[in-house]
Ligand binder design. Structure first.
Ligand code: HEC
Length: 138
């Protein structure tokens, strides 16, 4: 009997994982088939980020840190940039497509008290393009 309960439990877990995977596929589907556009991302970066961020290799930091090679970098580690205390104590992640998306959609929401919080964030439709552009600058 306990054996059967065990099997049932495992079966339920397996069903749950399958449901999660298909849900993720459905959610990821539309934006992936649209395909992020690096050129559009570059234009959006110039409009919305370049006021505060350089992105060329070895460019000087501006009001924000230089963003060359930011994907896969540990947050808060660009040399010579003085981060806010709020950012240093909260941003314990590395930058990937997911963390970057959450950040550029709402920096003040992700890290309350961050100096990038004066920027309200990008529109959802621009975010994947910007991330694709950032990923291309390494
Ligand atoms: C008003 C100026 C401003 C704008 C506009 C701005 N940022 Fe920032 N950004 C900052 C500042 C300042 C920080 C450092 C935050 C802190 O220390 O609290 C930062 C931090 C970051 C970081 C974290 C870097 C690291 O070293 O961990 C990323 C990534 C980033 N910004 C991306 C962007 C992108 C992409 C855009 C455009 C969509 C953008 N930012 C727009 C000022 C800005």
């Amino acid at each position: 009997m306990t054996e059967q309960l065990h099997l049932l439990h495992h079966a339920a877990q397996a069903m749950k994982s399958i449901a999660m995977v298909s849900l993720t596929l459905i959610v990821a589907g539309p934006s992936e088939s649209r395909g992020a556009d690096i050129k559009k991302g570059e234009a959006a970066f110039t409009r919305q980020c370049s006021l505060c961020h350089s992105i060329g290799k070895d460019d000087a930091n501006r009001f924000g840190p230089n963003l060359f090679g930011i994907l896969k970098r540990k947050a808060g580690t660009v040399p010579g940039f003085k981060y806010s205390q709020a950012f240093l104590s909260t941003a314990q992640w590395s930058w990937n497509a997911e963390t970057l998306k959450a950040w550029i959609l709402g920096p003040a929401h992700m890290v309350p008290g961050s100096t990038m919080g004066v920027f309200q964030g990008v529109a959802d439709r621009d975010s994947d393009d910007i991330i694709a552009y950032l990923d291309s600058q390494r």
